[in-house]
Design a protein around this ligand. Structure first.
Ligand SMILES: [Zn+2]
Length: 151
């Protein structure tokens, strides 16, 4: 048994990482917490060091990445899915911001119109900033007549 200097709990030596002739003074769970805290507090420094290591020996890192990709296809798939989802969400967020601004900046008395109607018979427009325009109420009613004639 050995007492961890961090949590002061006596644990079997299995809970400690062997270091040369002795054991780590902190148990594995405490080490994990410390490592997490360290990574959080020294994020920039760690990234910089990683980049320097990579610059020194890019082939080694590329090899380890391709090995990881080969051995963990499901993890890679999951990472990609997360990335795609994030990109998609950001895009939608940017669109909705643009749309909000378009409506907010609407001149008095003007209508916001979809250049290509959202539910046209032959074409279907998108609710995106570049499919919006300002029309006077008169132009707007003329346009909806035109579209209804076409349909
Ligand atoms: Zn501990």
């Amino acid at each position: 048994m050995k007492t961890c200097i961090s949590c002061k709990i006596a644990k079997s030596t299995k809970s400690f990482t062997p270091k040369k002739s002795r054991f780590d003074p902190s148990c594995k769970p405490c080490r994990a917490v410390q490592a997490k805290k360290y990574r959080k507090e020294n994020r920039d420094q760690i990234l910089l060091r990683k980049r320097q290591m990579y610059a020194k020996n890019p082939t080694k890192y590329k090899l380890s990445v391709s090995k990881y990709v080969k051995n963990n296809p499901n993890m890679v798939k999951a990472f990609n899915a997360i990335r795609h989802k994030r990109v998609r969400n950001q895009t939608l967020h940017l669109f909705s911001e643009g749309i909000k601004i378009f409506y907010r900046e609407r001149p008095k008395g003007m209508h916001v119109d979809h250049i290509i109607p959202l539910n046209g018979k032959n074409v279907s427009g998108l609710h995106v900033p570049w499919n919006l325009q300002y029309l006077t109420p008169r132009e707007n009613s003329k346009k909806s007549n035109k579209w209804s004639q076409n349909e």
